[in-house]
Design a protein. Structure first.
Length: 360
């Protein structure tokens, strides 16, 4: 009986509020315009804060991977939504306010996209094939960290949008619920996340490109004493292993495995192309090239290992102690045949195996 009474009171209250708001519906566009102005001004402020803080989360944030502007924007939108629902309208005016939310969120996703490092064409990425240098993106460790923060932020926004859409559909008049659609905005944040991944992939490949160019300049007919890894191989290995720890700390295993896969699929076709251009290879040169190919294969396998090792080292000591008490040995997920890196390892083995066979 109590629940029924509360439901009846809520229905009466909603009907009463609806009747009041409908009487002023024609003038409520002024309210919507004022909300739009306030939200727009607030967005400009939080984006300026991100610029001033160099696009890094504060150490006192609950989630130090997500930019604080994301939470601030959604809290501001939630406050605007609650104000409209409780005091203004659950009808057409609320639907107009949702359009304001959509514009603000689109502007926010554009600001995130604009912050990403760009290629020579002014875009945060290019489709393959990667020829010349126009696709190069210079991404140092600090920039890579910023890109990872934007990646996490974009994914957070996409997930939070689902909850926002559900909340609006629950609060708005049932006849208007089907008109609440934030899928386009979800797609824009997904686009930012994809662009972040592309930037990271091209950033690593830009570092590797210098080694490929050096490989193409080696006089393979002048090799006297094969054995040690060539200089270009050492440079390539250093580029991979220097990038790994920062990415391992910033990305979870699944996201890192996706990055590895995309990185390899951008790099290895170019490696094969460079290998095919190597001419006048002596017997000693063939042996050296075979040694180099195997070293590159190992470096590619070591890349995710180094990344995950950095992530494991950051775990609290009590986590390792708990595993030890339970008799559980830490497993190397990068070598698990059913783990997230299985596809990457298989691809590297296949492509580098083909390269070694080509040399022989």
């Amino acid at each position: 009986l109590g629940d029924k009474a509360r439901a009846e009171r809520e229905a009466v209250r909603t009907t009463y509020e609806g009747a009041i708001s409908e009487a002023f519906e024609g003038s409520l566009h002024l309210y919507v315009a004022e909300e739009a102005k306030e939200l727009g001004s607030y967005l400009e402020g939080v984006i300026k804060e991100e610029h001033d803080n160099h696009w890094k989360p504060n150490d006192d944030e609950v989630d130090t991977q997500i930019l604080p502007s994301a939470n601030k924007v959604f809290l501001k939108i939630r406050a605007s939504l609650n104000r409209c629902v409780k005091m203004i309208s659950r009808g057409a005016t609320l639907l107009q306010l949702v359009d304001v939310f959509k514009r603000v969120l689109t502007q926010y996703s554009s600001a995130l996209m604009q912050r990403l490092p760009k290629t020579a064409t002014g875009q945060p990425g290019m489709p393959p094939p990667y020829v010349g240098t126009e696709w190069h993106i210079r991404v140092d460790d600090e920039e890579a960290q910023v890109v990872c923060h934007i990646l996490h932020t974009a994914e957070f926004c996409r997930e939070t949008l689902e909850g926002l859409a559900t909340a609006v559909q629950k609060d708005i008049k049932p006849a208007l619920a089907d008109k609440v659609d934030l899928s386009e905005e979800e797609g824009s944040f997904q686009g930012v996340a994809s662009a972040c991944m592309t930037v990271l992939v091209l950033g690593i490949n830009t570092k590797l490109d210098a080694s490929l160019q050096d490989m193409g300049r080696v006089r393979w007919d002048m090799i006297d004493s094969p054995g040690d890894d060539s200089t270009y191989v050492l440079t390539m290995r250093k580029a991979l292993l220097d990038s790994a720890p920062r990415l391992g700390l910033a990305l979870d295993a699944l996201t890192l495995s996706f990055l590895c896969d995309k990185m390899a699929r951008a790099f290895l076709p170019r490696f094969h192309e460079t290998l095919g251009r190597c001419k006048k290879i002596s017997d000693k040169g063939t042996l050296q090239l075979s040694i180099d190919c195997d070293a590159i294969r190992r470096a590619l396998h070591d890349f995710p290992k180094a990344a995950r090792a950095a992530a494991a080292a950051k775990l609290p000591q009590h986590h390792a102690d708990l595993l030890a008490l339970q008799g559980i040995k830490p497993q190397d997920e990068t070598e698990d045949e059913n783990g997230p890196f299985a596809s990457y390892n298989t691809y590297v083995e296949r492509e580098m195996g083909a390269a070694i066979n080509t040399v022989k």
